[in-house]
Write a protein of this length. Sequence first.
Length: 364
Amino acid sequence: MDSKAIKDRATRVLDAAKVDRILLANTNSEDPNFVYITDLIGGLFEGNFLLIKKDSITLFTSPLEYELAREQLGTRIGIVNLDSQKKVEMLVKEIKGRSVGINGNFLPYNSYMRIRKRMKMRKVVDASTAFEKAREVKGILEISRIRKANRITKLAIADVQKRLKVGMTEKEAAMMFENRILELGADGTSFDSIVCFGRNAALPHHSPDSTKLRYGDMVLMDVGVRISNYCSDVTRTMIFGNDKKRIRDYERKQRIIDIVREAQAAAIAAIKPGILGEKPHMIAQSIIDNADNGRYKGTFMHALGHSIGIEVHDGSGRFLSPGSKLMLREGMVSSVEPGIYIPGFGGARIEDDVVVTRNGAIIL
Ligand SMILES: [Mn+2]
């Protein structure tokens, strides 16, 4: 990102939050909004501060990461190495007695109280919604990173699917995926990988355990990777084995997958700028609820999709979900992930990440 792009982002957020300065404080993890403004890749930046003003952005970093920050940022953002009390006072001076925006979605209460007291802020404004709004619409660079993350995720899923063997555990399959994405160039996973064999596929948030793969099992993988701070989130469901006659309930398993696929395709086809987030959800849900004389009614019990970007669940909670009045705009990126879950039997979910364009949704 060049300095103009950084400044544009900062200005947009300051204007939306109606403050003239924002202080982002990392704890032992990085504030996603800190990542959004600095575009720093790698590092931990623990305990770092980012001071955002109209005419300048300054990173207050530690001796541990001063060099890393300098290498990446050059002169695009001011950098102060917090290696002495005098430098800490520089930061305090900028904040003392002023109205300051913070990220209420990230900063823990205790850290907030400590900082507020130490820096003697006059008034504190929660700028989290301003960041959410700014981050909702992605630029070309952001979309290209999400696309690359998706490509690697899909390649790695296909590789794991080919290497599945009877007796392999869910944990082993998850490990295979996580090794493969690193070979393919990902920076890491974007969330804890979900791998479900057989009846575990009925549990949307199942954690991989020592369940062993059996011939004819439904295999659901919900996984994602990170590329230069941006995430993917993809789910694939398959039936393990080619000999239909040997697979118990083959027809029913295949039917469930087909209905979910149909629901996903119809939802994606409906996505375009100007519609409300609830619409694609209702389309997917009605296909599932009405399929096979209502046999699967009520088995799709989560939202169709969430915004995706620096975080896997990026920005505000409501996106493609029942009752969502969010109006879709060009450049928004969302997961589209209908599912059918049948306790004790299994389930299917198919998930892709799409970008909203003038001509409709494009699968990344
Ligand atoms: Mn998802």
